[in-house]
Design a protein around this ligand. Structure first.
Ligand code: GLC
Length: 704
């Protein structure tokens, strides 16, 4: 530690806690550059001192940040400032709406200065200290964050750390020939090394921005640009870059940002001869950033954007003792969910959930159905291999289905970065349009509309049943449809992600209380589900979770247990009515209808519907008056569990999880074939049917 530095006791204590590890890691990655390290520590101190008292107070309250993100009442929404309300001030005026939507965590999509025609949706930042002028100012950001905190809402903001815009000051100076600034990026005199890199590095935007390097005419050099040519990769091997970028991050925290989304974090370290993704140094840097936030603004949480294959995602949590990100996007579950919509076969999703259930409960996933990006088909193809499903053909099938080019598909998506070379297209569209609501409204087909809305709500119910933080994409709460206007905007036309980045339709939101409308049906049901979720302990992140065997590959069945409460979630991904042949013998209450059931056996579920069943093992309150208000009543509408509590068995009785593995009664198996038999049957099915006659769930297998 630097000699004779007198820090405030609070800062000193926080620094002491991490000092050895911090110095060790920093010196390891920056080759004992003590000057850089001392600068880094001083910088942390500067930001600690600059942090305003209100935020320090918020830090104190949020020191239990981990608890905050374990909470079943946490609900997020992600939104673009311009699309949602025009400006930051506009968002402030709409906080009431967000609260009414149950949201207590707002993710503001990138809003820092970015060149209009070369912004990648704000992900090409030209000034990390300045808000895009038409959205407002840094003061507006701080003011909005204060207003959110007053309402108990947390604010998330992107920290686009892998690259800067080519208009960023560092890039301008690099372009003008200043070596010091060229060293902050990856500059090469000729194409020799770039070509060498290209042998190992895949492409992010193969169609819209092929290649990982761009010729810079002014500098007469080649510069690394993993994403768009106007996004220049920062060289984190240079400690100046890391120090200054960490300072930029802390500056956002000091403007009241609570959750920092580490954009494209797997890409931040490059080594020739590797694929330049997920390298060990990335983990070291994230761990250092975690400690930096712990020292300066301990209420801050790091959310890693790690859109990678499943095995690469979890390591970004670090270890329980040495955490890296507090939260990670549950990208694999999201993609597997849409695979399941298209195949109506839950086996992959079930396998995926089993993987997630095995992780330590301290790990918090951010769950979502749709975000601002495309859906990439990063599925567990090794698992799918056993069903003879091949990656390229399967991606084509999924894209065909979800763009509506398939029999019995009402989805209305568009392809994204269709790379014919790899057959690797990804997919865009809003939840509602992918669920068929757009097609149903267009065709004015009420039955189809009912079914599509059911699918939309079932997917949201599944989202809310998962452990972690559910985040809704703005507009999804009223079932907003695709926005095709981007096709007419030359700046956006090439990027189909704008299909689902339309403006918030406030006229449609007006209909949210009218349950005869699509908007009202979705909004009100979501609210009800969120309230139920928030009122039942079994939905907490700490709950035990397990998969139940429904002997039906169309139904995903899972259980949650915590503090004497048990919830079963059954999700029917088929467009036909199905039965979940589960075998749970406690009494249950249907959380949606309030109906009582003597057991949970042979539960029938309508096409695309779901069931939430609740059982409490808690002792019944002696007398109604003595029962504490919060005791057993989930949500107002689902008051049934409160009544049911009176019949609850003894307190300590544990749920019979093993029962999940029990076989259903013979009578039932006769009606519906158990999984194993069905698999063979599916394989044997004649492959000769015309494509139009093949059901999607079969086609996915046959296509392979
Ligand atoms: C992230 C963003 C995406 C952006 C990319 C480059 O993946 O989610 O929208 O294009 O980073 O910054």
């Amino acid at each position: 530690m630097e000699e004779n530095k007198a820090y405030e006791p609070e800062f000193q204590a926080r620094l002491d806690k991490h000092y050895d590890e911090l110095k060790w890691l920093y010196c390891e990655i920056y080759r004992n550059d003590m000057q850089a390290f001392n600068y880094f520590v001083d910088m942390l101190h500067d930001y600690y001192q600059a942090r305003k008292p209100e935020l320090k107070e918020w830090d104190d309250g949020r020191l239990l940040a981990e608890e905050w993100c374990q909470n079943n009442a946490t609900l997020g929404m992600m939104l673009y400032t311009n699309c949602f309300a025009g400006t930051l001030k506009g968002i402030k005026e709409h906080l009431e709406y967000l609260q009414e939507s149950g949201v207590n965590y707002v993710h503001l999509m990138p809003l820092l200065e970015s060149p209009k025609d070369r912004s990648d949706g704000g992900y090409a930042v030209s000034d990390f200290r300045k808000v895009q002028p038409e959205l407002g100012t840094m003061e507006d950001l701080a003011d909005l964050a204060d207003a959110c905190h007053d309402r108990g809402m947390a604010v998330c903001l992107d920290f686009v750390m892998n690259h800067t815009s080519e208009d960023h000051e560092w890039a301008k100076r690099a372009r003008a020939g200043e070596k010091e600034y060229q060293d902050r990026f990856f500059f090469y005199d000729d194409w020799m090394l770039p070509n060498e890199y290209e042998k190992y590095v895949p492409q992010v935007f193969p169609t819209t921005a092929p290649g990982n390097f761009t010729w810079c005419e002014e500098a007469k050099k080649v510069v690394m640009t993993t994403f768009y040519p106007y996004q220049w990769d920062l060289n984190y091997a240079n400690p100046v870059v890391f120090n200054d970028m960490t300072a930029n991050m802390l500056n956002l925290c000091n403007h009241g940002v609570d959750i920092i989304r580490l954009d494209a974090v797997p890409y931040i370290w490059k080594t020739l001869g590797t694929n330049c993704r997920n390298l060990p140094q990335v983990h070291t840097l994230v761990r250092i950033m975690h400690m930096a936030a712990d020292i300066v603004c301990p209420g801050t949480l790091l959310l890693g954007e790690v859109v990678m294959e499943p095995s690469k995602v979890v390591p970004y949590f670090g270890t329980v003792e040495k955490p890296e990100c507090h939260m990670l996007y549950n990208v694999t579950t999201m993609a597997s969910t849409w695979h399941t919509v298209a195949t109506r076969d839950v086996r992959l999703l079930r396998h995926q959930m089993e993987q997630v259930f095995q992780l330590p409960k301290q790990y918090v996933f951010l769950n979502y159905l749709r975000c601002h990006d495309d859906i990439g088909w990063g599925l567990d193809y090794n698992f799918l291999k056993q069903f003879s499903i091949e990656e390229v053909k399967h991606k084509k099938y999924l894209n065909d289905y979800l763009t509506g080019n398939y029999w019995e598909s009402d989805a209305r998506g568009e392809l994204y970065n269709d790379d014919p070379r790899l057959g690797d297209a990804r997919l865009c569209g809003t939840t509602a349009s992918l669920c068929g609501i757009e097609a149903a409204e267009y065709e004015q087909d009420d039955e189809k509309l009912d079914r599509s809305i059911r699918l939309d709500l079932m997917l949201h119910a599944f989202l809310l049943t998962q452990s972690g933080i559910p985040v809704i994409y703005s507009g999804d709460e009223i079932g907003q449809l695709n926005d095709y206007t981007y096709h007419d905007d030359p700046v956006k036309a090439e990027d189909s992600r704008y299909l689902h980045r339309g403006n918030m339709k406030w006229d449609e939101a007006e209909l949210r209380n009218d349950v005869t409308t699509r908007q009202g049906r979705i909004f009100q049901t979501l609210r009800k589900l969120e309230e139920i979720r928030a009122s039942i302990d079994a939905f907490e992140n700490q709950a035990d979770t397990w998969i139940l065997e429904p002997y039906n590959d169309h139904i995903l069945a899972m259980g949650r247990y915590y503090k004497g409460q048990k919830v079963l979630g059954l999700f029917n991904f088929s467009n036909r009515d199905e039965t979940a042949w589960i075998n749970e013998d406690e009494e249950y209450t249907d959380l949606i209808t309030g109906e009582h059931r003597d057991d949970a056996r042979a539960v029938s579920i309508r096409a695309y519907d779901f069931v939430w069943l609740f059982h409490s093992y808690r002792p019944a309150p002696e007398a109604k008056e003595e029962a504490p208000a919060e005791a057993e009543a989930p949500a107002a509408e689902a008051a049934a569990p409160a009544a049911e509590a009176a019949e609850a068995p003894a307190a300590e009785e544990k749920p019979a999880k093993k029962a999940a593995a029990k076989k259903p009664a013979a009578k039932k198996t006769a009606e519906k074939k158990p999984a194993a038999e069905k698999k063979t049957a599916a394989k044997k099915a004649p492959a000769k049917k015309k494509k139009e006659e093949v059901k999607p769930e079969e086609a996915a297998k046959e296509d392979a």
